[in-house]
Design a protein. Structure first.
Length: 348
């Protein structure tokens, strides 16, 4: 038996906080894990605004923000670990996506891994998507590799984060981005004076807007076969022609999202794990359960796994990079081959 301690850091596209997860991974006839400590740290309004506008910055200002955000993450990790004394093998950090243009072989995340390495004095891996897009892949989704290794009892996974994605684990692992999720739902909720739609109560008070439903159904992305992935900027298309009544927007989009998820899960039988902030949206989950096949068992794990599954898996992806083992699957991304992805930085 061999064990490793690793930290995963994830800030989703909805920027509702930085998820930090300290994990123990055990290698013994396969992999198992334990989440030792996890925490979501609020991102200041100033940094949040800068990150949301990052794709509009000059090259110089973007480079400076990359360093600034990386230094902030490094200090957050040091505070997170201040009462612990464990041999941390690696920090795996996703960073904030600024550009995701796989057709142009570009996927850029900021939150400088070198700065994190310097501040924490711990090996740090970032830039997990770059190798895959250069190999002709989508650079996404990355999480299915960890799901397959750490959670083998499920036949499919749905993550309801800023973007909803699905991974199907049958004879071949396949995964893709389904549609924007909390990016859209939070937008409508904020128009009603809420940070998010707690439990889907706001959505449940709305009504169907048929022209809006027809519009989003017509968008090209939803008719493309996988592998496929979405950039953060794509939400603007979904919000074009949105209803004047935000509650109707929530109601309509929730129905659309449940419909898309059910379609993408139509060939799956067995257990499906739901994670991400949207897993707490009771209205959305009920719609999904009504639309999927009775052969599917929709399951919500413990809250810690709902909230920190992606951070857990980025810790694991970072560990795989330090062990020089493949951590991105070509069957998922469409790349030429599986890759050992991520840039590893070592403390001086």
């Amino acid at each position: 038996m061999t064990e490793y301690y690793a930290i995963g850091v994830m800030s989703g596209s909805s920027l509702d906080g930085l998820d930090v997860c300290l994990c123990r991974f055990i290698s013994e006839q396969g992999w198992s894990f334990e989440i030792i400590k996890s925490e979501t740290i609020g991102i200041s309004p100033e940094i949040t605004t800068q990150l949301k506008q990052a794709d509009q910055l000059t090259g110089r200002d973007l480079a400076l923000l990359d360093i600034q955000y990386g230094r902030w993450i490094g200090n957050v990790i040091n505070d997170f670990l201040k009462d612990l004394s464990l041999p941390i093998a690696v920090i795996g950090v996703h960073g904030h996506t600024v550009f995701h243009l796989p057709g142009q072989q570009l996927s850029m995340q900021i939150g400088n891994a070198e700065a994190i390495c310097v501040i924490t004095q711990t090996p740090t891996v970032g830039g997990f998507r770059g190798m895959d897009v250069l190999m002709g892949g989508q650079g996404a989704p990355l999480v299915p590799f960890g799901e397959n290794q750490l959670l083998p009892d499920y036949q499919a996974f749905v993550n309801l984060g800023g973007i909803a994605n699905v991974s199907v684990h049958t004879h071949q692992i396949r995964a893709w981005d389904v549609a924007p999720c909390n990016q859209i739902l939070n937008h409508f909720a904020k128009q009603l004076g809420h940070v998010f739609d707690d439990g889907g109560h706001l959505a449940s008070s709305g009504q169907m807007d048929m022209p809006y439903l027809a519009y989003i159904r017509s968008l090209e992305y939803f008719h493309l076969p996988p592998p496929k992935s979405l950039s953060n900027q794509w939400s603007a298309q979904v919000l074009s022609n949105a209803p004047e009544n935000p509650a109707n927007g929530l109601y309509t989009y929730s129905h659309f999202l449940a419909e898309q998820l059910a379609n993408d899960l139509s060939q799956v039988q067995g257990k499906v794990m739901l994670t991400g902030g949207g897993a707490y949206n009771d209205f959305l989950i009920q719609l999904l359960k009504e639309k999927v096949s009775p052969d599917l068992e929709i399951l919500l794990p413990a809250p810690q796994l709902i909230d920190f599954k992606e951070a857990l898996i980025f810790a694991f992806l970072g560990l795989m990079r330090t062990l020089r083992l493949p951590n991105v699957l070509s069957s998922v991304t469409g790349a030429q081959k599986d890759t050992v992805s991520g840039t590893l930085h070592l403390p001086g």
